[in-house]
Design a protein around this ligand. Sequence first.
Ligand SMILES: [Zn+2]
Length: 255
Amino acid sequence: MNLFSKKNLCPICGSLNSWLLPLKIEDEYICGTCQNKIDIAADKEIYLTMQGLREYIEFYDRNQLLREQFIISERFDFDHWDTKIIFDYRHKMFCMSKKPDKTVFYGKQLKSFTIKEDSIPLFEGSVAGIKRYVSTVPERAKLFAPYIIHFLMKKHQTRATLKSDDDKENQMTTIKCFDVPGPFQTFNVELHFDHPYCTVIKCDIDAPKFSSDNPDLNDYIRSYQCSIERIEKMVVAFKTVAFPSAPEQFISLSQ
Ligand SMILES: [Zn+2]
């Protein structure tokens, strides 16, 4: 087979297709370079037509100018698997990555956002306003105190019954970890766009956890407050680029 036959040339850019797992659209194989440009939801990707991909690549190349202009004013890099977002306050843009290597959005393309603690709203933002709901997490965390006391007592008793240091070393490791899940598992972030290639982005940030070997309610609350401070900063960043004059409102769920 002739390597340079039409079959092996990318129909978008014309370069030789040496990609091992090429994307197939309308029976033609897209090269790795063009494939790497695609930053749209996987479920939309399977419906791409050749014409649709051509238009998308044009959009991508125009967006490249914004990536080149991007000046990082603020970076949110939550733990390694978690959400990463950078903001450019000067050009009122943001990008869901730790550097401008994905689609760059103008703040005005963001219609609204929500941040929830599992399914309970914490923030809602749009041009109409930024709502902040009073969280019940600190109160709910206190309900874990009896479990923590029970765990620490059991650990203390087990340690007291073991005589030699070797016994302690061997058997303490077999004591079950404190594996009680905290009051919530995830901050769920949802962004809604007015954009031709992106209508919604959902991402999450891990909730704080109790220490597995030495759980402490105050440590948990401190860690939760740290997370909240970062989330608050992120809300301010979205407000700055997307809804600078939106009014702010506190809402208590019990009202
Ligand atoms: Zn190509």
